[in-house]
Ligand binder design. Structure first.
Ligand code: MEV
Length: 440
Protein backbone atom coordinates (compact mmCIF):
# COMPACT_ATOMS: atom_id res chain seq x y z
CA UNK A 1 0.00 0.00 0.00
CA UNK A 2 1.52 3.29 -1.16
CA UNK A 3 1.22 6.37 1.01
CA UNK A 4 1.68 10.03 0.10
CA UNK A 5 5.03 11.57 0.98
CA UNK A 6 5.62 14.89 2.75
CA UNK A 7 8.68 16.99 1.95
CA UNK A 8 9.83 14.99 -1.10
CA UNK A 9 11.57 18.06 -2.55
CA UNK A 10 13.71 18.36 0.58
CA UNK A 11 15.14 14.83 0.27
CA UNK A 12 18.62 14.39 -1.21
CA UNK A 13 18.76 13.17 -4.82
CA UNK A 14 19.90 9.75 -3.61
CA UNK A 15 16.95 9.51 -1.18
CA UNK A 16 14.48 10.61 -3.87
CA UNK A 17 15.76 7.83 -6.11
CA UNK A 18 15.58 5.27 -3.30
CA UNK A 19 12.03 6.30 -2.51
CA UNK A 20 10.79 6.16 -6.10
CA UNK A 21 12.63 2.88 -6.74
CA UNK A 22 11.28 1.22 -3.58
CA UNK A 23 7.71 2.47 -3.92
CA UNK A 24 6.91 2.70 -7.59
CA UNK A 25 9.02 0.23 -9.57
CA UNK A 26 9.29 -3.55 -9.69
CA UNK A 27 13.03 -3.81 -9.45
CA UNK A 28 14.63 -1.23 -7.24
CA UNK A 29 18.24 -2.02 -8.24
CA UNK A 30 17.50 -1.84 -11.99
CA UNK A 31 15.64 1.44 -11.49
CA UNK A 32 18.65 2.98 -9.75
CA UNK A 33 20.97 1.69 -12.46
CA UNK A 34 18.84 3.14 -15.28
CA UNK A 35 18.50 6.52 -13.60
CA UNK A 36 22.22 6.80 -12.84
CA UNK A 37 23.22 5.61 -16.31
CA UNK A 38 21.95 8.94 -17.62
CA UNK A 39 23.77 11.11 -15.10
CA UNK A 40 26.47 13.27 -16.61
CA UNK A 41 30.02 12.45 -15.56
CA UNK A 42 30.77 16.17 -15.48
CA UNK A 43 29.50 17.07 -12.01
CA UNK A 44 29.10 20.77 -12.88
CA UNK A 45 27.01 19.98 -15.95
CA UNK A 46 24.87 17.56 -13.96
CA UNK A 47 24.30 20.18 -11.27
CA UNK A 48 23.17 22.62 -13.97
CA UNK A 49 20.57 20.11 -15.15
CA UNK A 50 19.57 19.27 -11.58
CA UNK A 51 18.76 22.92 -11.00
CA UNK A 52 16.67 23.49 -14.14
CA UNK A 53 13.65 21.95 -12.39
CA UNK A 54 12.63 20.62 -8.99
CA UNK A 55 13.10 16.99 -7.98
CA UNK A 56 15.53 16.07 -10.78
CA UNK A 57 16.64 12.47 -10.47
CA UNK A 58 18.13 11.90 -13.92
CA UNK A 59 18.33 13.36 -17.43
CA UNK A 60 16.00 12.49 -20.29
CA UNK A 61 17.96 12.39 -23.53
CA UNK A 62 16.56 13.03 -27.00
CA UNK A 63 18.63 12.59 -30.16
CA UNK A 64 20.18 15.86 -31.33
CA UNK A 65 20.48 15.69 -35.15
CA UNK A 66 21.37 17.99 -38.03
CA UNK A 67 19.37 18.67 -41.20
CA UNK A 68 21.89 20.25 -43.59
CA UNK A 69 21.51 22.16 -46.87
CA UNK A 70 18.76 24.59 -45.91
CA UNK A 71 19.11 27.59 -48.21
CA UNK A 72 17.10 30.36 -46.54
CA UNK A 73 17.11 33.81 -48.14
CA UNK A 74 20.31 32.80 -49.98
CA UNK A 75 22.11 31.87 -46.74
CA UNK A 76 23.03 28.25 -46.09
CA UNK A 77 22.05 26.66 -42.78
CA UNK A 78 22.55 23.31 -41.10
CA UNK A 79 19.58 23.05 -38.76
CA UNK A 80 19.88 21.32 -35.36
CA UNK A 81 16.84 19.26 -34.39
CA UNK A 82 16.03 17.53 -31.10
CA UNK A 83 13.47 14.78 -31.73
CA UNK A 84 12.85 11.09 -31.16
CA UNK A 85 10.78 10.27 -34.29
CA UNK A 86 12.99 8.30 -36.68
CA UNK A 87 12.03 9.84 -40.03
CA UNK A 88 11.90 13.55 -39.19
CA UNK A 89 15.52 14.66 -39.68
CA UNK A 90 15.84 12.53 -42.80
CA UNK A 91 12.65 14.04 -44.25
CA UNK A 92 13.73 17.62 -43.47
CA UNK A 93 17.16 17.00 -45.03
CA UNK A 94 15.60 15.49 -48.13
CA UNK A 95 13.24 18.45 -48.60
CA UNK A 96 16.06 20.96 -47.99
CA UNK A 97 18.17 19.26 -50.66
CA UNK A 98 15.24 19.16 -53.07
CA UNK A 99 14.80 22.95 -52.84
CA UNK A 100 18.52 23.76 -52.71
CA UNK A 101 18.96 24.14 -56.47
CA UNK A 102 15.53 25.73 -56.93
CA UNK A 103 16.26 28.94 -55.04
CA UNK A 104 15.74 27.52 -51.54
CA UNK A 105 13.36 28.99 -48.97
CA UNK A 106 12.27 32.63 -49.06
CA UNK A 107 11.17 33.85 -45.66
CA UNK A 108 9.93 37.08 -44.14
CA UNK A 109 8.85 38.23 -40.69
CA UNK A 110 5.40 39.81 -40.87
CA UNK A 111 5.25 41.03 -37.26
CA UNK A 112 6.90 40.62 -33.84
CA UNK A 113 4.22 41.91 -31.46
CA UNK A 114 3.46 39.83 -28.36
CA UNK A 115 0.38 40.05 -26.19
CA UNK A 116 -0.29 40.13 -22.46
CA UNK A 117 -3.47 40.81 -20.53
CA UNK A 118 -4.63 41.94 -17.10
CA UNK A 119 -8.01 40.29 -16.60
CA UNK A 120 -10.21 42.14 -14.13
CA UNK A 121 -13.72 42.59 -12.79
CA UNK A 122 -15.23 46.06 -12.73
CA UNK A 123 -18.77 46.72 -11.56
CA UNK A 124 -19.89 50.04 -12.96
CA UNK A 125 -19.90 52.37 -15.93
CA UNK A 126 -17.67 51.23 -18.79
CA UNK A 127 -17.51 54.83 -20.10
CA UNK A 128 -16.08 55.98 -16.78
CA UNK A 129 -13.67 53.04 -16.83
CA UNK A 130 -12.40 54.07 -20.28
CA UNK A 131 -11.85 57.66 -19.07
CA UNK A 132 -10.03 56.31 -16.01
CA UNK A 133 -7.66 54.14 -18.09
CA UNK A 134 -6.98 57.08 -20.46
CA UNK A 135 -6.26 59.34 -17.49
CA UNK A 136 -3.87 56.95 -15.74
CA UNK A 137 -2.01 55.77 -18.90
CA UNK A 138 1.04 58.03 -18.16
CA UNK A 139 1.09 56.75 -14.56
CA UNK A 140 0.89 53.15 -15.77
CA UNK A 141 3.81 53.72 -18.14
CA UNK A 142 5.80 55.54 -15.49
CA UNK A 143 5.31 52.89 -12.79
CA UNK A 144 6.39 50.12 -15.15
CA UNK A 145 9.47 52.01 -16.37
CA UNK A 146 11.83 50.32 -13.89
CA UNK A 147 11.03 47.05 -15.70
CA UNK A 148 10.89 48.41 -19.25
CA UNK A 149 13.87 50.81 -19.16
CA UNK A 150 16.51 48.40 -20.51
CA UNK A 151 14.18 46.94 -23.12
CA UNK A 152 13.26 50.47 -24.24
CA UNK A 153 16.93 51.41 -24.62
CA UNK A 154 17.22 48.61 -27.16
CA UNK A 155 14.05 49.64 -29.01
CA UNK A 156 11.48 47.39 -27.31
CA UNK A 157 8.96 47.75 -24.49
CA UNK A 158 5.21 48.20 -24.21
CA UNK A 159 3.70 49.25 -27.54
CA UNK A 160 0.12 49.77 -26.41
CA UNK A 161 -2.28 49.41 -23.47
CA UNK A 162 -5.89 49.07 -24.52
CA UNK A 163 -9.02 48.62 -22.43
CA UNK A 164 -11.21 45.82 -23.72
CA UNK A 165 -14.78 45.48 -22.57
CA UNK A 166 -15.63 41.78 -22.46
CA UNK A 167 -18.70 42.15 -20.27
CA UNK A 168 -20.95 40.86 -23.06
CA UNK A 169 -19.17 37.47 -22.68
CA UNK A 170 -18.84 37.37 -18.90
CA UNK A 171 -20.48 39.67 -16.35
CA UNK A 172 -18.30 42.68 -15.44
CA UNK A 173 -15.25 41.25 -17.22
CA UNK A 174 -12.69 43.70 -18.66
CA UNK A 175 -9.09 43.48 -19.78
CA UNK A 176 -6.04 45.60 -20.19
CA UNK A 177 -4.94 44.16 -23.50
CA UNK A 178 -1.27 45.07 -23.94
CA UNK A 179 1.14 44.59 -26.81
CA UNK A 180 4.88 44.23 -26.33
CA UNK A 181 8.04 44.26 -28.40
CA UNK A 182 10.58 42.01 -26.72
CA UNK A 183 13.29 41.96 -29.44
CA UNK A 184 15.53 38.89 -29.14
CA UNK A 185 13.95 37.68 -25.88
CA UNK A 186 10.94 35.38 -25.84
CA UNK A 187 9.94 37.84 -23.15
CA UNK A 188 7.61 35.80 -20.94
CA UNK A 189 9.15 37.05 -17.67
CA UNK A 190 9.39 40.60 -18.96
CA UNK A 191 5.74 40.64 -20.06
CA UNK A 192 4.44 39.02 -16.87
CA UNK A 193 6.42 41.42 -14.66
CA UNK A 194 5.07 44.40 -16.61
CA UNK A 195 1.50 43.11 -16.38
CA UNK A 196 1.69 42.52 -12.63
CA UNK A 197 2.92 46.09 -12.13
CA UNK A 198 0.20 47.48 -14.43
CA UNK A 199 -2.41 45.59 -12.42
CA UNK A 200 -1.12 46.97 -9.10
CA UNK A 201 -1.03 50.53 -10.44
CA UNK A 202 -4.52 50.30 -11.91
CA UNK A 203 -5.97 48.95 -8.66
CA UNK A 204 -4.19 51.59 -6.57
CA UNK A 205 -5.20 54.50 -8.79
CA UNK A 206 -8.84 53.37 -8.90
CA UNK A 207 -9.09 53.73 -5.12
CA UNK A 208 -8.62 57.53 -5.36
CA UNK A 209 -10.26 58.23 -8.75
CA UNK A 210 -13.08 60.54 -7.69
CA UNK A 211 -15.44 60.10 -10.71
CA UNK A 212 -15.79 56.45 -9.57
CA UNK A 213 -18.34 55.52 -6.91
CA UNK A 214 -17.23 53.27 -4.05
CA UNK A 215 -18.01 50.06 -5.90
CA UNK A 216 -16.21 51.23 -9.05
CA UNK A 217 -13.14 52.11 -7.02
CA UNK A 218 -12.75 48.46 -5.98
CA UNK A 219 -11.36 46.86 -9.16
CA UNK A 220 -10.82 43.14 -8.71
CA UNK A 221 -7.79 41.88 -10.63
CA UNK A 222 -8.30 38.21 -11.51
CA UNK A 223 -4.94 37.53 -13.17
CA UNK A 224 -2.12 39.08 -15.14
CA UNK A 225 -0.46 36.87 -17.74
CA UNK A 226 1.02 36.87 -21.22
CA UNK A 227 -0.91 35.22 -24.02
CA UNK A 228 0.68 32.40 -26.00
CA UNK A 229 -1.66 33.31 -28.83
CA UNK A 230 0.52 35.66 -30.88
CA UNK A 231 -1.15 36.16 -34.28
CA UNK A 232 0.89 39.32 -34.79
CA UNK A 233 4.22 37.64 -34.10
CA UNK A 234 4.06 36.07 -37.51
CA UNK A 235 6.46 34.66 -40.08
CA UNK A 236 6.06 33.42 -43.65
CA UNK A 237 8.24 30.89 -45.48
CA UNK A 238 7.83 29.93 -49.12
CA UNK A 239 9.31 27.72 -51.81
CA UNK A 240 8.44 27.93 -55.49
CA UNK A 241 9.65 26.76 -58.88
CA UNK A 242 8.44 26.21 -62.43
CA UNK A 243 6.38 23.01 -62.50
CA UNK A 244 8.74 21.23 -64.88
CA UNK A 245 11.48 21.37 -62.19
CA UNK A 246 9.40 19.17 -59.88
CA UNK A 247 11.21 16.04 -60.98
CA UNK A 248 11.01 13.11 -58.55
CA UNK A 249 12.51 9.65 -58.55
CA UNK A 250 8.95 8.25 -58.41
CA UNK A 251 7.10 7.58 -61.69
CA UNK A 252 4.92 10.67 -61.46
CA UNK A 253 5.04 13.60 -63.87
CA UNK A 254 5.81 17.10 -62.52
CA UNK A 255 2.31 18.29 -63.53
CA UNK A 256 0.61 15.38 -61.80
CA UNK A 257 2.75 15.82 -58.69
CA UNK A 258 2.01 19.56 -58.46
CA UNK A 259 -1.70 18.88 -58.84
CA UNK A 260 -1.63 16.16 -56.17
CA UNK A 261 0.25 18.42 -53.75
CA UNK A 262 -2.25 21.26 -54.19
CA UNK A 263 -5.15 18.85 -53.76
CA UNK A 264 -3.67 17.34 -50.59
CA UNK A 265 -3.12 20.77 -49.04
CA UNK A 266 -6.64 21.85 -50.03
CA UNK A 267 -8.03 18.78 -48.28
CA UNK A 268 -6.15 19.75 -45.10
CA UNK A 269 -7.60 23.23 -45.46
CA UNK A 270 -11.23 22.09 -45.37
CA UNK A 271 -11.15 18.86 -43.35
CA UNK A 272 -10.07 19.16 -39.68
CA UNK A 273 -9.39 15.40 -39.27
CA UNK A 274 -6.76 15.69 -42.00
CA UNK A 275 -5.65 19.21 -40.96
CA UNK A 276 -4.61 18.02 -37.49
CA UNK A 277 -2.34 15.31 -38.90
CA UNK A 278 -1.07 17.58 -41.65
CA UNK A 279 -0.17 20.24 -39.07
CA UNK A 280 1.32 17.59 -36.78
CA UNK A 281 3.79 16.87 -39.56
CA UNK A 282 4.65 20.58 -39.67
CA UNK A 283 5.14 20.56 -35.89
CA UNK A 284 7.60 17.66 -36.28
CA UNK A 285 9.92 20.18 -37.91
CA UNK A 286 8.99 23.20 -35.83
CA UNK A 287 9.14 21.56 -32.39
CA UNK A 288 12.46 19.86 -33.13
CA UNK A 289 14.19 23.19 -33.84
CA UNK A 290 12.32 25.01 -31.07
CA UNK A 291 13.48 22.36 -28.59
CA UNK A 292 17.08 22.27 -29.88
CA UNK A 293 17.29 26.05 -29.47
CA UNK A 294 15.95 25.95 -25.90
CA UNK A 295 12.61 27.54 -26.65
CA UNK A 296 9.24 26.72 -25.11
CA UNK A 297 7.63 24.24 -27.51
CA UNK A 298 4.39 24.03 -25.48
CA UNK A 299 3.87 27.78 -25.93
CA UNK A 300 4.65 27.49 -29.63
CA UNK A 301 2.29 24.52 -30.05
CA UNK A 302 -0.60 26.23 -28.23
CA UNK A 303 -0.19 29.44 -30.24
CA UNK A 304 0.12 27.72 -33.59
CA UNK A 305 -2.92 25.49 -33.15
CA UNK A 306 -5.02 28.47 -32.05
CA UNK A 307 -3.84 30.27 -35.20
CA UNK A 308 -4.80 27.27 -37.34
CA UNK A 309 -8.32 27.57 -35.91
CA UNK A 310 -8.60 31.37 -36.17
CA UNK A 311 -11.45 31.21 -38.71
CA UNK A 312 -13.53 28.97 -36.45
CA UNK A 313 -12.47 25.80 -38.27
CA UNK A 314 -9.12 24.07 -37.78
CA UNK A 315 -7.23 24.46 -41.07
CA UNK A 316 -3.92 23.68 -42.71
CA UNK A 317 -1.03 25.97 -41.79
CA UNK A 318 0.47 25.52 -45.25
CA UNK A 319 -0.91 26.53 -48.63
CA UNK A 320 -0.11 25.46 -52.19
CA UNK A 321 -0.92 26.84 -55.60
CA UNK A 322 -0.15 26.40 -59.27
CA UNK A 323 -0.34 29.61 -61.27
CA UNK A 324 1.14 30.42 -64.68
CA UNK A 325 3.21 27.26 -64.59
CA UNK A 326 4.71 28.03 -61.16
CA UNK A 327 4.26 25.71 -58.17
CA UNK A 328 4.20 27.61 -54.89
CA UNK A 329 4.12 26.15 -51.39
CA UNK A 330 4.09 28.32 -48.27
CA UNK A 331 3.41 28.54 -44.56
CA UNK A 332 2.37 31.34 -42.24
CA UNK A 333 2.86 30.67 -38.54
CA UNK A 334 2.96 32.66 -35.33
CA UNK A 335 6.22 32.00 -33.45
CA UNK A 336 7.23 33.70 -30.20
CA UNK A 337 10.88 32.71 -29.86
CA UNK A 338 13.95 33.94 -28.06
CA UNK A 339 17.65 33.76 -28.76
CA UNK A 340 18.72 35.45 -25.51
CA UNK A 341 17.73 34.71 -21.92
CA UNK A 342 16.13 31.52 -20.61
CA UNK A 343 17.99 28.34 -21.45
CA UNK A 344 19.87 29.99 -24.33
CA UNK A 345 22.82 30.99 -22.20
CA UNK A 346 22.67 28.14 -19.69
CA UNK A 347 22.34 24.92 -21.66
CA UNK A 348 25.57 24.02 -23.51
CA UNK A 349 23.74 22.18 -26.31
CA UNK A 350 21.30 25.04 -26.79
CA UNK A 351 24.22 27.46 -26.99
CA UNK A 352 25.85 25.20 -29.55
CA UNK A 353 22.61 24.89 -31.57
CA UNK A 354 22.43 28.68 -31.78
CA UNK A 355 26.08 28.84 -32.77
CA UNK A 356 25.47 26.28 -35.55
CA UNK A 357 22.62 28.53 -36.71
CA UNK A 358 25.09 31.42 -36.90
CA UNK A 359 23.81 33.13 -33.74
CA UNK A 360 20.45 34.27 -35.13
CA UNK A 361 18.34 37.13 -33.80
CA UNK A 362 14.84 36.06 -32.69
CA UNK A 363 13.32 37.19 -36.04
CA UNK A 364 15.98 35.18 -37.89
CA UNK A 365 15.22 32.13 -35.76
CA UNK A 366 11.51 32.55 -36.55
CA UNK A 367 12.36 32.28 -40.24
CA UNK A 368 14.59 29.22 -39.80
CA UNK A 369 11.91 27.45 -37.75
CA UNK A 370 9.20 28.28 -40.29
CA UNK A 371 11.40 26.89 -43.09
CA UNK A 372 11.93 23.68 -41.08
CA UNK A 373 8.16 23.32 -40.65
CA UNK A 374 7.52 23.92 -44.33
CA UNK A 375 10.25 21.45 -45.36
CA UNK A 376 8.80 18.80 -43.07
CA UNK A 377 5.33 19.27 -44.50
CA UNK A 378 6.61 19.19 -48.07
CA UNK A 379 8.42 15.91 -47.38
CA UNK A 380 5.41 14.32 -45.64
CA UNK A 381 2.82 15.35 -48.24
CA UNK A 382 5.18 14.43 -51.08
CA UNK A 383 5.46 10.89 -49.65
CA UNK A 384 1.74 10.69 -48.97
CA UNK A 385 0.75 11.56 -52.53
CA UNK A 386 3.40 9.39 -54.20
CA UNK A 387 4.78 6.28 -52.45
CA UNK A 388 2.68 6.46 -49.27
CA UNK A 389 4.21 7.30 -45.93
CA UNK A 390 5.14 3.81 -44.77
CA UNK A 391 7.94 3.14 -47.24
CA UNK A 392 10.21 5.91 -45.98
CA UNK A 393 8.92 5.71 -42.43
CA UNK A 394 9.57 1.99 -42.04
CA UNK A 395 13.05 2.33 -43.58
CA UNK A 396 13.89 4.82 -40.85
CA UNK A 397 12.12 2.74 -38.21
CA UNK A 398 14.03 -0.36 -39.32
CA UNK A 399 16.91 0.33 -36.94
CA UNK A 400 14.50 0.69 -34.00
CA UNK A 401 13.01 -2.74 -34.74
CA UNK A 402 16.45 -4.30 -35.21
CA UNK A 403 17.67 -2.74 -31.96
CA UNK A 404 14.59 -4.06 -30.15
CA UNK A 405 15.60 -7.52 -31.35
CA UNK A 406 19.25 -6.99 -30.29
CA UNK A 407 20.55 -7.34 -33.86
CA UNK A 408 24.34 -7.27 -34.18
CA UNK A 409 26.10 -4.62 -36.27
CA UNK A 410 26.63 -7.19 -39.07
CA UNK A 411 22.98 -8.24 -39.01
CA UNK A 412 21.92 -4.59 -39.19
CA UNK A 413 24.19 -3.93 -42.17
CA UNK A 414 22.84 -6.95 -44.08
CA UNK A 415 19.21 -6.13 -43.38
CA UNK A 416 19.51 -2.41 -44.15
CA UNK A 417 20.86 -3.46 -47.55
CA UNK A 418 18.06 -6.05 -47.95
CA UNK A 419 15.30 -3.55 -47.12
CA UNK A 420 16.56 -1.02 -49.66
CA UNK A 421 14.92 -3.28 -52.22
CA UNK A 422 12.14 -4.87 -50.16
CA UNK A 423 9.25 -3.30 -48.33
CA UNK A 424 9.69 -3.18 -44.57
CA UNK A 425 6.91 -3.97 -42.12
CA UNK A 426 7.38 -4.99 -38.51
CA UNK A 427 6.68 -8.62 -39.41
CA UNK A 428 8.87 -8.67 -42.50
CA UNK A 429 11.82 -7.28 -40.50
CA UNK A 430 11.36 -9.84 -37.72
CA UNK A 431 11.09 -12.63 -40.29
CA UNK A 432 14.14 -11.48 -42.25
CA UNK A 433 16.24 -11.33 -39.08
CA UNK A 434 15.08 -14.82 -38.03
CA UNK A 435 15.94 -16.21 -41.47
CA UNK A 436 19.34 -14.54 -41.39
CA UNK A 437 20.07 -16.07 -38.01
CA UNK A 438 18.84 -19.52 -39.16
CA UNK A 439 21.07 -19.44 -42.23
CA UNK A 440 24.23 -18.28 -40.53
C1 MEV B 1 4.00 11.72 -38.88
O1 MEV B 1 4.74 12.07 -37.74
C2 MEV B 1 3.55 12.94 -39.62
C3 MEV B 1 2.65 12.70 -40.81
O2 MEV B 1 1.49 11.96 -40.41
C4 MEV B 1 2.23 14.05 -41.33
C5 MEV B 1 1.17 14.02 -42.41
O3 MEV B 1 0.36 13.09 -42.44
O4 MEV B 1 1.17 14.98 -43.21
C6 MEV B 1 3.33 11.90 -41.87
Amino acid sequence: MRTPIQGFSKLSKEDKINWIADNYTDNSETTKEILKQYWNVDIGLQKLHDEFIENTISNYYLPFGIAPNFLINDKLYAIPMAIEESSVVAAASKAAKFWLDKGGFKTRVIGTQKIGQVHFIFKGSSTKLQSFIDAIRPILMNDVRAITRNMEKRGGGISSIELRDQSDKLDNYFQLHCTFETLDAMGANFINSCLEQLALTMKREALTYTPFNEQEQRIEVVMSILSNYVPECLVKAEVSCPIQELVLEQPVSPEEFAEKMVRAVNIANVEPFRAVTHNKGIMNGIDAVVLATGNDFRAVEAGIHAYAAKEGIYRSLTHASVENGIFKFWIEVPLALGTVGGLTRLHPLVRLALEILQKPSAPELMQIVAAAGLAQNFAAVRSLVTTGIQEGHMKMHLLNILNQMSATEDEKKTLIEYFKKNSATHNSVVEALQNLRKNS
